[in-house]
Design a protein around this ligand. Structure first.
Ligand SMILES: [Zn+2]
Length: 161
């Protein structure tokens, strides 16, 4: 994906207030992110471990989503599957919940999905980050990347619907 800047990311949040978007922790090392190998940028808030964020370019538009993990119970000891990149982890998948954009979010509506706990889906798909067990799939890397992006776009569409 194309490298994103901090102002671009802050301006792209769809499901938090402008104030929250200006205060939340964006990675300091944006320039060093492996952008060529990323389908989206995902990160955990180092000061608030229950918070995570992702930023992506979908249909030419930069979109960022604020996420919360639903606490200790979301860390599962059994093998579980990331709903974005379809990587199987033992204990490395979190249930992340995004308040929906706009009025629905203010009324407490949210969208949840199981995702790689470190949000490094792009690196798992490319084999740049290893997991214990690999699913044997006949998809090519391009197909896996397309699938990840399609899953991400579907998730974001639910958040912004
Ligand atoms: Zn993943």
């Amino acid at each position: 994906m194309k490298p994103l800047t901090e102002p671009e990311i802050r301006a792209a949040f769809v499901n938090c207030t402008k104030g929250e978007a200006s205060r939340l922790n964006v990675p300091r090392d944006l320039a060093e992110q492996p952008w060529d190998d990323l389908d989206f940028l995902g990160w955990r808030d180092p000061q608030a471990p229950g918070r995570a964020y992702l930023a992506a370019v979908i249909d030419g538009r930069t979109v960022a989503v604020a996420l919360r993990s639903s606490g200790a119970a979301s860390w599962q000891a059994r093998r579980s599957l990331c709903s974005l990149c379809v990587t199987t982890h033992t204990g490395g998948v979190s249930l992340l919940v995004a308040p929906r954009a706009g009025k629905a979010g203010k009324q407490g509506n949210s969208v949840g999905a199981y995702m790689c706990a470190d949000l490094a889906c792009s690196l798992y798909v490319r084999g740049k980050k290893e997991v214990g067990t690999k699913l044997h799939e006949s998809l090519t890397l391009e197909e896996k990347i397309e699938r990840t992006l399609a899953n991400l776009a579907a998730f974001v569409a639910k958040v912004t619907a």
